[in-house]
Design a protein around this ligand. Structure first.
Ligand code: FAD
Length: 319
C-alpha cells in the first residue's frame, strides 16, 4: 500500500515509522533485523532504507603515491528493502538519489523496484561527496530532486526514456520528498526553499518527510508556511533523539539544525554523566513527540541510527 494510503486509513491516528541505514560493506543484514525486530511492536506501516552513494577515498599504491578511488561503503538499499518486506510484511521505502545515477540507471532501478513490488520511494538529490565543495550532478544524471520526481511521475504515466516504447507499463509509485523546517542550508531563504518544495509536490510529490529538528516551533512555523503556500500533502516530522554530548556540536554541523538553548543547557548541566546526558535527550524527544502528536501530525518518522533501545523507549512513551 502507498504511504499516503496508510495516513488516510489511520484517520488522524498518528503512525510511527522508522529509518535504517544499510550496514557498512562486509556487514550482515542481521544488524538491520536486530534494529527492527524490537520496533515492530509499534506497527510501523513502512520502513525507510537510506541510500549512500560512492565516496572518494585516497589509497596509497605500491609506488607510495596516493590514488583517488571511488568506493561505496553502504551498498544494499534495494536488497534490504526486499528483505524487510519478506520478514515483516510491511512496506519498505528505498531512498533514491540524483547523485551517482545517470537517468538511464535511475530508470533501471525504478523498473527493478516496480518488479519487486515496492510502491513507495523517497526521492532526494543527495549531498556533495567528501572533497567536493558543492553537489555536482553525475554526468547524464539529475541536478535537483524535482527532476527525479518528474522521472518517476513520467513512469507512473507509462512514459519511458526510449521514445519507441509505446503503451509502456504504468508504474504506481507513491513519491516522498524531503522538507526542511529550518531551511535547506543551500537555499537563499525560507520562502524560496518552500517554493522549491512546492514545485516538487506540483511535479508529483505525494508527501513530505522533514529533516530532523529539536524545536517544535520551527516545525509548526514551517507547516503553516507550507499550507499558506498551497502545499496540501501530509508533512511527516523526522525525529532523532540526542543521546551524546558531542552531538550538541556535530548535529548542527552535519544537519544544519539548531539545538534549543533549554535542551543544550540541560545536557551541559549533566555533562559529566553519559547516562544523564542520554536521559535528558530522551526525555526531550518524548515531550517533542507528544506535542507533535497532539498537534495532529500524520506520523512521526524516527531516524533510528541503529539504536532501537532508545527509539523503543521513546515510542513506548508516545504511542
Ligand atoms: P533538492 O530538493 O534538490 O534541494 C536541494 C537544494 O537546491 C535546496 O537548497 C533547494 O532549495 C535548492 N533547489 C531546489 N530546486 C532548485 C532549482 N530549480 N533551482 C535552484 N535551486 C533549487 N541523503 C543521502 O545521501 N541519502 C539518503 O538516504 C538521504 N535521506 C534523506 C532523508 C530525508 C528525510 C532528508 C530530509 C534528507 C535526506 N538526505 C539523504 C539528505 C539530502 O540528500 C540532502 O539534504 C540534500 O542536500 C538535498 O536533498 P533534496 O532532495 O532536499 O534536494
Amino acid at each position: 500500500m502507498k504511504v499516503t494510503e496508510y495516513f488516510e486509513k489511520a484517520q488522524g491516528r498518528c503512525l510511527a515509522s522508522f529509518e535504517v541505514l544499510p550496514p557498512i560493506k562486509g556487514g550482515g543484514i542481521e544488524s538491520i533485523f536486530k534494529t527492527l525486530d524490537p520496533l515492530m511492536e509499534f506497527k510501523p506501516p513502512f520502513i525507510d532504507v537510506t541510500y549512500h552513494r560512492e565516496e572518494y577515498v585516497y589509497k596509497e599504491n605500491k609506488n607510495g603515491f596516493y590514488e583517488k578511488t571511488s568506493i561505496r561503503k553502504r551498498p544494499g538499499t534495494v536488497g534490504i528493502c526486499t528483505a524487510i518486506m519478506h520478514r515483516y510484511g510491511v512496506e519498505s521505502v528505498p531512498h533514491l538519489l540524483c547523485g551517482g545515477f545517470t537517468i538511464e540507471e535511475t530508470e533501471d532501478v525504478l523498473i527493478d523496484l516496480n518488479f519487486l513490488g515496492i510502491k513507495n520511494i523517497l526521492t532526494l538529490r543527495g549531498d556533495a561527496r567528501k572533497f567536493e565543495s558543492r553537489f555536482v550532478p553525475t554526468e547524464g544524471g539529475h541536478e535537483y530532486a524535482i527532476d527525479l520526481v518528474k522521472q518517476v511521475e513520467r513512469m507512473n504515466n507509462g512514459i519511458y526514456l526510449d521514445a519507441n516504447i509505446e503503451n509502456g507499463q504504468k508504474t504506481n509509485f507513491c513519491i516522498g520528498v524531503a522538507g526542511y523546517p529550518e531551511k535547506h542550508f543551500e537555499a537563499p531563504n525560507e520562502e524560496i526553499d518552500i517554493q522549491f518544495t512546492k514545485d516538487k509536490i506540483d511535479a508529483g510529490g505525494d508527501y513530505i518527510v522533514t529533516q530532523m529538528f529539536f524545536d517544535n516551533k520551527a516545525f509548526f512555523k514551517y507547516r503553516d508556511k507550507c499550507r499558506a503556500n498551497g502545499i496540501k500533502v501530509p508533512i511527516v516530522p523526522g525525529i532523532k533523539p540526542l543521546t551524546k554530548l558531542y552531538q550538541l556540536n556535530s548535529i548542527p554541523r552535519f544537519f544544519f539544525t539548531n539545538i534549543p538553548n533549554e535542551l543544550s543547557k540541560e545536557m551541559l548541566k549533566v555533562k559529566d554523566s553519559k547516562k544523564k546526558v542520554k536521559e535528558v535527550g530522551i526525555e526531550w524527544c518524548i515531550q517533542q513527540c507528544k506535542e507533535l502528536k497532539e498537534a495532529g501530525v500524520p506520523g512521526i518518522h524516527f531516524y533510528t541510527m541503529g539504536d532501537s533501545k532508545t527509539i523503543s523507549k521513546i515510542a513506548e512513551a508516545v504511542f
